[in-house]
Design a binder for this molecule. Structure first.
Ligand SMILES: C[S@@+](CC[C@H](N)C(=O)[O-])C[C@H]1O[C@@H](n2cnc3c(N)ncnc32)[C@H](O)[C@@H]1O
Length: 260
């Protein structure tokens, strides 16, 4: 999914004008208007906005950071409802190139989990929910957003299982596999350069199912840059990458490279 996240800050300048003048102060109770009259109280127009849309003027101007409100996220995802909730929806791949604090990522995961609940028997919920997590990718530049995006994904995953009485404490394979997949799939980096925050190429992995062995996954690493190249380049990149042993998706955090 290519989100509304745009890398240029300029289009968002108008949002910065809605903010309180303190550059980095979090907009904890919603927008304040920059005009002196309206600055005295939070704008009532924002009462319809369910959550924080901007954090600071500085961040809007510098990083183009304006979060899409939840109701708009949901309306946008309605446009791809079929991909998200029908057929082979569990493995449909989504990439959020400007993930922010994870509002699109978590909404995608939530829909997939609800669809799993409807379409699969309970015995398959753990494995299918992990394959759902494994299909959702994100890149985010800023440390706090990146941390929040991963946390909200894991929280959504765990609350789904808790609600169904499925053990998912920190020591369980379910919890650890989900955390591992989220760490691998939601990367802190720069989508424009293709580099992570260490300055190295952004690395992702496919978590392929093994058709003849339900519940088994085969990790296949690739670079984000390879997605932009031709099929031939991708094949070369792919061949040069590390290979991993197949394992159950619940044990993906324990898997080792095939040549280790
Ligand atoms: C407009 S916000 C959108 C966030 C989220 N997609 C949404 O719609 O609510 C843009 C996000 O992209 C991040 N960002 C800006 N430039 C980026 C880049 N070059 N690579 C990755 N993320 C970037 C910002 O930190 C910010 O969180």
């Amino acid at each position: 999914m290519v989100s509304s996240g745009v890398m240029s800050a300029a289009p968002y300048d108008r949002f910065a004008d809605l903010l309180d003048t303190s550059a980095d102060a979090p907009a904890a109770t919603g927008f304040r208007c920059s005009s002196s009259a309206a600055r005295r109280a939070p704008l009532t127009v924002t009462e319809t906005i369910e959550e924080q849309v901007v954090k600071s003027r500085h961040r809007v101007r510098t990083y183009g950071e304006v979060f899409t409100p939840r109701h708009m996220v949901n309306r946008m995802l309605d446009l791809v409802r079929e991909d998200l909730e029908t057929g082979d929806f569990v493995d449909k791949t989504f990439l959020e190139p400007a993930a922010g604090h994870g509002n699109f990522l978590v909404a995608i995961l939530r829909r997939k989990l609800h669809a799993i609940e409807k379409e699969y028997p309970p015995a398959l919920w753990p494995q299918e929910s992990l394959f759902a997590v494994a299909s959702i990718y994100g890149i985010e530049l800023l440390e706090d957003n990146h941390r929040d995006a991963k946390a909200i994904m894991l929280a959504e995953f765990l609350s789904f299982h808790q609600a169904h009485g499925i053990p998912c404490g920190p020591r369980t394979n379910l919890h650890q596999a989900a955390a591992f997949l989220i760490d691998a799939n939601v990367v802190r980096g720069d989508t424009l350069t293709g580099l992570d925050w260490h300055g190295e190429e952004i690395q992702f992995s496919w978590w392929n199912r093994i058709p003849e062995a339900p519940g088994m996954a085969q990790r296949e690493p690739f670079t984000f840059a390879s997605l932009r190249h031709s099929t031939t380049d991708f094949a070369m990149n792919f061949a040069a990458s590390d290979s991993y042993q197949a394992c159950r998706i619940e044990k993906v955090h324990e898997q080792e490279k095939a040549d280790d």
